[in-house]
Every structure is written in structure tokens, then in C-alpha cells.
Write a protein that binds this ligand. Structure first.
Ligand SMILES: *[C@@H]1O[C@H](CO)[C@@H](O)[C@H](O)[C@H]1NC(C)=O
Ligand SMILES: *[C@@H]1O[C@H](CO)[C@@H](O)[C@H](O)[C@H]1NC(C)=O
Ligand SMILES: *[C@@H]1O[C@H](CO)[C@@H](O)[C@H](O)[C@H]1NC(C)=O
Ligand SMILES: *[C@@H]1O[C@H](CO)[C@@H](O)[C@H](O)[C@H]1NC(C)=O
Ligand SMILES: *[C@@H]1O[C@H](CO)[C@@H](O)[C@H](O)[C@H]1NC(C)=O
Length: 390
């Protein structure tokens, strides 16, 4: 008995000392404003066939909440373009956008920062950065795996297992929660917004945030074609005609690839959504007009005809976003800087270099809207882009 107690005391002392050592090391090396979070791999997802392009298990990065933030959750679906044919998907399967084998730790800052003065309203929330590794904006649910390519198109299943895992970790009791998505992650943040909402207590505050992921279907057929062809490629590979993961309210009316345009599903979503994006999002402009548009906007040397096209794109974009008649349900923050994403390029969602419209910074505009203080519906009225300043 005596011996046991003695060993136990030594063990406690050892742990105590170890804790001090670890804490001291952390103090020396950690910059509280940018820190790395290692990946959590969901091994159990493999038996459910919820896997990345290469068949590896999906992953996310998790930083637990603390203080009075323990009941609050920010879940971000990351972006990273798409693969639209087998060749592109095979290449992607050899990278961190197609396989968890290649995923490094993720830097958390900006919206993900623990620094109270930099991130006053969310610093102590639970934060989850879900890795994108399916190539199709988390929409695929194809059982068949071609033995020649071994590619898996299972993004919708990945979303499901990640959500199950987070619910079990405490998300199911959330007081406040946000499902956010950047770029290619923006569409699924809308697609799964109601499902996410319905998984949480009906008393909790649940809203979704689409960051630079609202790519529109331009009316001019020449401008419309590039995104049509991207979405056609995704529909062919990942939906394979069945499109069972997309809302029936849309697929009953139009082809699945058209239901990958945010504007064609937004009106059927019941949960509040906030859209933060530039009317001249530089992925939208470059995919549509080619990379050359970037340089001329940076240098102020675009021709009259290029400017006219940019204005036409802006006008289509403004027509495609939700109208301003119910900003509580659909908040918007539309700037004119030629940039792409604020959350994923995290210094943009911080005091370092936020996007500002009428002296209001995007993170503040969103927080006001989220916490029901001011239902932001704000559009920069300038009709030509400003160069990207970061
Ligand atoms: C995070 O890890 C990456 C390597 O994956 C490294 O390049 C980077 O410097 C690290 N950042 C911090 C803040 O430690
Ligand atoms: C926290 O954020 C504030 C405001 O951005 C900044 O001035 C300060 O240096 C940051 N603190 C740390 C420890 O990084
Ligand atoms: C939440 O759900 C419970 C039980 O389903 C119901 O009684 C209650 O009225 C609901 N509350 C709200 C705010 O919808
Ligand atoms: C096109 O617009 C830019 C501002 O974005 C301006 O600097 C440039 O002079 C315009 N080009 C012409 C030909 O007017
Ligand atoms: C509330 O939001 C509107 C835009 O929707 C903005 O013009 C106004 O300045 C905001 N008010 C405050 C107090 O931030």
C-alpha cells in the first residue's frame, strides 16, 4: 500500500514537472497570433467509404474552445479549386488537395486566432478547419471506383463523417455555431447549411458564411462558358447523373451542373447565410477572362473593352446575389478589391489587412450580422476593380 502511494506520488511529480517543461517550451516558441495545428485523421471514415480522391481517410484541424467560448463552434470547409477530369484528379490525388498523406499542419490566425484583441468575438471558440481532398466541393457520393485510376469521388460522405465526429466532440450542444466555407468550400457551406443547422439544438444560433465562393453564371455565353465547363466536369465525375446530393428543388428544374452555381440553390436555404466576396473576385475574373486580367488590374492598364467586360461581370454578379429585402436571412458584404478569399488567406480576416467597405471591415460586418446587432447588406458601389494590395 505504502509503495503504491509512493510510486503514485513520484508519478504525479513527474507529470507535474513534465507539464511545466512543456508549458515553458510552448511559451518560448509560440507566437499566439499564428500557430500550427496538426491534423486529426478520421480513420473510421475508411470503412464508410468516406475518403479522399486517393482513398486515404479525410482530416481536419481542431483547436478546442476555452473560457466562455467552449460552447461555440466555427467549422470551416477549406477550398482549393476543383479537378474536372481524370487526369487532373490523378494529379490532385498526389497532393494535399487529394490525399491526407500529404497534409501538413495548418496555420491558424485571423478568424482562427486565439488573440482576443485581434479576434475579439471568436478567439475562444472551438475551431475546425476541414481539409478539402475530394476535388468536387464535397458533393461526390459515387460508390464505383475505377480499378484503373483508383479515384474516389466521395466528398459528400466526407462532410457527413466530419459532421458526425464533431457532433460527438460537443458540437451537438453548441450555443453558437458557424458553418463557413472559402472558395470551392463556399458552395458546400450553402449546400449543407440547413443540414448543419438541423443537427444542432433549435435554441442555438446557427448561421453560415460563404467566403468568395459565390461564382455566378454570366449571361453572356462567352463569359458563362468557363464555369459551365468546370461544373460540367465535376457533375460528370462526381455526380454521375444521379446528383442525389444536390437539392431536388434545383435538380428538378435544371441540369446538375447548373445546380453547382450558388445562385441556383441559395433561395431554397432556410438558414441565415452571409456572403462575403469581391464583385471582382480574382478567381472569378481569371477563370473567366484568363490570367492576363490580373496584371492589367494591378497596373491600371486594362483597355476600355476589358473595363466594359469587368463592369458587365459585376452587374451579373450583383443580379445573382440575394436581394437586400431580408438581410437577416441573407447578409452580404461585397467589395471591389481584386482579391480572392478572406478566411483562407487569414490575414485578410484580421486587423492586419481586412477588406473594408465604407470604413466597415469585413470581420466586423460579419460579427454584427452574426450576433444580430446589425444585419449588414453592404455593396461597394464602385464599378471597376481596385488592385489587390496584399
Ligand atoms: C507551420 O508549419 C509549417 C510546415 O508545415 C512551417 O513552414 C511554418 O513555419 C509553421 N508555422 C508556425 C507558425 O510555426
Ligand atoms: C494580438 O493582436 C493585437 C492586435 O492585432 C496585436 O497588436 C498584438 O501584437 C497581438 N498579440 C500577440 C501576442 O500576438
Ligand atoms: C425546439 O424544439 C422543441 C422540441 O422539439 C419545441 O418544443 C420547441 O418549441 C422548439 N423551440 C423553438 C425555438 O423552435
Ligand atoms: C480601366 O479601368 C482602370 C481602373 O480599374 C483605369 O485605370 C483605366 O484607365 C481604364 N482604362 C481605360 C482605357 O479607360
Ligand atoms: C449597419 O450596416 C449597414 C449596412 O448594411 C451599414 O451601412 C451601417 O454603417 C452599419 N451600422 C453600424 C453601426 O455598423
Amino acid at each position: 500500500m505504502m509503495m503504491v502511494t509512493r510510486s503514485f506520488q513520484l508519478f504525479v511529480l513527474f507529470i507535474f514537472t513534465l507539464t511545466i517543461v512543456i508549458t515553458e517550451c510552448a511559451k518560448v516558441t509560440q507566437n499566439p497570433d499564428v500557430y500550427n495545428i496538426t491534423k486529426t485523421i478520421i480513420h473510421s471514415a475508411v470503412s464508410k467509404g468516406a475518403v479522399c480522391l486517393d482513398g486515404s481517410p479525410p482530416a481536419y484541424h481542431f483547436d478546442p474552445g476555452f473560457g466562455d467560448g467552449v460552447g461555440n463552434w466555427l467549422v470551416q470547409l477549406s477550398g482549393g479549386g476543383w479537378c474536372t477530369n481524370v487526369k487532373e484528379c490523378l494529379d490532385r490525388a498526389k497532393s494535399d488537395l487529394g490525399s491526407s498523406n500529404y497534409m501538413n499542419p495548418q496555420e491558424f490566425q485571423g478568424f482562427f486566432s486565439k488573440n482576443q484583441s485581434a479576434n475579439p468575438e471568436f478567439y475562444n471558440w472551438n475551431k475546425v478547419f476541414v481539409r478539402y481532398c475530394d476535388g468536387g466541393s464535397f458533393t461526390g457520393d459515387v460508390e464505383y471506383v475505377d480499378p484503373a485510376t483508383k479515384l474516389h469521388f466521395r466528398g459528400a460522405r466526407i462532410f457527413t463523417v466530419v459532421l458526425e465526429e464533431l457532433l460527438a466532440k460537443g458540437l451537438k450542444n453548441a450555443k453558437n455555431a458557424i458553418l463557413a466555407g472559402s472558395s470551392a468550400g463556399g458552395y458546400p457551406a450553402m449546400l449543407y447549411c440547413d443540414g448543419f443547422r438541423n443537427s444542432l439544438p433549435n435554441t442555438s444560433r446557427v448561421k453560415c458564411l460563404v467566403d468568395s465562393g459565390y461564382f455566378v453564371h454570366f449571361k453572356n455565353p462567352v463569359l458563362g462558358r468557363p464555369f459551365e465547363s468546370i461544373y460540367k466536369g465535376i457533375a460528370t465525375l462526381q455526380l454521375q447523373g444521379s446528383a442525389k446530393t444536390l437539392p431536388k428543388s434545383c435538380t428538378s428544374k435544371m441540369k446538375p451542373e447548373l445546380c453547382l452555381f450558388a445562385e441556383n440553390i441559395q433561395q431554397d436555404i432556410k438558414t441565415p447565410i452571409f456572403i462575403s466576396m469581391s464583385a471582382f473576385d480574382n478567381i472569378m475574373t481569371q477563370y473567366t477572362l484568363g490570367g492576363g486580367i490580373y496584371g492589367c488590374i494591378q497596373e491600371g492598364t486594362c483597355t476600355a473593352s476589358q473595363n466594359k467586360t469587368l463592369q458587365e461581370m459585376r452587374s451579373d454578379f450583383l443580379n445573382a446575389i440575394p436581394k437586400g429585402n431580408n438581410p437577416k436571412l441573407r447578409g452580404v458584404f461585397i467589395d471591389v478589391v481584386h482579391h480572392h478569399t478572406s478566411l483562407q488567406k487569414q490575414t485578410r480576416w484580421s486587423p492586419v489587412k481586412p477588406i473594408v467597405v465604407h470604413n466597415l471591415a469585413a470581420p466586423k460586418a460579419f460579427a454584427d450580422w452574426y450576433f444580430d446587432r446589425n444585419y449588414t447588406y453592404l455593396i461597394d458601389e464602385r464599378s471597376l476593380p481596385l488592385p489587390n494590395d496584399s
